[in-house]
Write a protein that binds this ligand. Structure first.
Ligand code: ZN
Ligand code: ZN
Length: 241
């Protein structure tokens, strides 16, 4: 009898905890944080969080004080106006994004989107429609979701701007990890198509992805979205390459 009551208590505690969570975890390090915050005090002090204010005005990469744009953006003429990312892809940010991308931690889309919207507001980026970077149907089937789509949906809830799934990934691209910028772009071209061009005419569009590494994906998507008034990119994090 005692056993049953113990189980019952455990069960009701579990339900109560689900409905009214008393302890929320830090999205980066899993330590408890007070209700209403996503990040613990320790992570707030980390360098992935307190990224210096001097950032490339085109791609948001941290740069040395006194500079306006980074070396990469000096060399390349982008097809987008500007891209922005609240975090640098390293340490616990990297860990959290991998959890979100490969470990089914879909709940991270909401806090990530909040930081992305905060950054978009700070950079005064105004957009009419949100376009997620597409995933191949096979990848979506394997993972169960497209992380970029989840982020786009959360940004839409916060900004009341619609999500338009007009980009489509038609071929599976090989692992991009070891490819350079040019190789990545060649690999990506023709793997993504635009389904409906009429939607973007005279619109400011926001392309959403989870990570921006070399920027080749955003570049490929932006190229396809030619005809839009302004094209912006946004991701949770950017690599510090
Ligand atoms: Zn933390
Ligand atoms: Zn740059």
């Amino acid at each position: 009898m005692k056993k049953i009551s113990v189980y019952f208590k455990k069960f009701t505690d579990l339900i109560l905890e689900t409905l009214y969570p008393s302890k929320i975890k830090c999205i980066f390090c899993d330590k408890d944080v007070p209700k209403g915050s996503y990040v613990c005090n320790n992570c707030l002090k980390e360098d992935f969080f307190n990224i210096g204010e001097t950032r490339c005005m085109v791609c948001d990469k941290p740069i040395l004080e006194g500079n306006i744009i980074c070396d990469h953006c000096k060399m390349i003429k982008h097809h987008y106006n500007k891209s922005t990312s609240p975090f640098i892809y390293k340490g616990n940010v990297r860990r959290a994004i991998l959890k979100f991308k490969s470990d089914g931690a879909k709940y991270l889309a909401e806090p990530f989107a909040r930081f992305m919207v905060e950054r978009l507001l700070k950079e005064k980026i105004d957009f009419d429609i949100i376009i997620p970077v597409p995933s191949h149907p096979k990848s979506i089937k394997k993972r169960g979701y497209n992380p970029a789509r989840l982020l786009a949906d959360e940004i839409s809830k916060l900004t009341h701007k619609p999500v338009k799934d007009i980009l489509c990934k038609v071929t599976l691209t090989q692992n991009q990890k070891y490819l350079n910028y040019k190789e990545r772009q060649e690999n990506l071209e023709n793997s993504i198509i635009l389904k409906d061009k009429s939607i973007i005419k005279n619109k400011n569009v926001l392309i959403v992805d989870d990570i921006i590494t070399t920027g080749a994906t955003i570049e490929t998507c932006a190229k396809l979205l030619k005809g839009a008034s302004n094209i912006y990119g946004c991701s949770v994090a950017k690599t510090d390459l």
